[in-house]
Ligand binder design. Sequence first.
Ligand code: SAM
Length: 345
Amino acid sequence: MTRSFPSLTPKHVINALKRGGFYVHHVKGSHCTNGRIRLVSQSLLSQVLNLGVRLRAARRFGVVRTGVRLLRKTGVLDTRALRRWDLLHDDGVSRPQRMRTFLQYYEARASESGSWAPLDFEGKRVLEIGCGPLGGWGPLAIERGAADYVGVDPGMDPDLLGDPALVRGYLRAVFADLRAGDGTDADFEVFRKQFADRARYAAASIQNLDTSERFDLVLSNSCLEHINGFDDFAAHLARRMATGARMLHLVNFSNHRDKASPFSSIYEMPPDVYHKRFGRHINLLRAREMGAAFEHCGLAIQWIPLDVQTDALSRLSVDPWWTARYDTDTLALRTALLVDSGSTR
Ligand SMILES: C[S@@+](CC[C@H](N)C(=O)[O-])C[C@H]1O[C@@H](n2cnc3c(N)ncnc32)[C@H](O)[C@@H]1O
């Protein structure tokens, strides 16, 4: 959240800092009282702690993209043109194969762990939670025959996907990948129309999604660990699920910062200390609490472990808060699939 003030008094700053570690930067002008000043909801401390991540990003993305990202993320300049440019130059998220290969991998791993019933999109109503800025599994769902698709993500700009540059630069390439290079321009036109008719996006969370629709298939990719107020979220989700609905959620229990040391910071302190220091970008729930929240709402689930990092765990000095509550298997789980209990038959 960004708050703008036509002028800023010391009282504004002190109150803002008290409320949650805001920091202040000048948008225009060099003096607090004559420029527009914004308070950005990320603490100076967490910005400094994330400096290493930023420097690594600068090496990976190059100076221009890192500069654009900083302008956007700090709220200095976050226009649609800049967001579009940033997304189209982000190989990480705009790789056309990305969402298809994720799903293919998850289903392959799920098959190894039992007799997984593959997800069938034909005629289904599909809901994706936290679909991200480029529409998540929406194009795949429509191409595989979904009756409709709803993607919810409070951080997204739903109109961005209709932008002609994104249709040409992203959606076209996703379609080509889904058709393994066989889709003609005419096929793409048919698909683009179906996508426009059947896929909807909302800058919302499931708690404030304005629909009474019930869904047959509910998906998310690395989103559940970011949801604060998880019990409330699960209750709302349960109300949106049709009888016999299927679910597939990839959950990433790591710190989202350091792949070589995925649990550092998290297990080195109790959760409240982590949240004060790094913000609430992840909820720090483990599989047990997430599963319990779903089951409390009548959603029977099962976990399929994907990546267990016992070595990374053993290199840490784990705070007793964690060891008193969880066994090693739970703590070492980096990623897992949370699926409905009927998924393996
Ligand atoms: C790590 S990103 C993953 C995005 C996308 N699924 C992907 O794979 O690229 C997590 C996403 O969850 C979204 N998110 C956070 N809280 C949410 C909530 N309560 N409901 C829906 N989405 C949420 C964020 O805005 C963000 O886009």
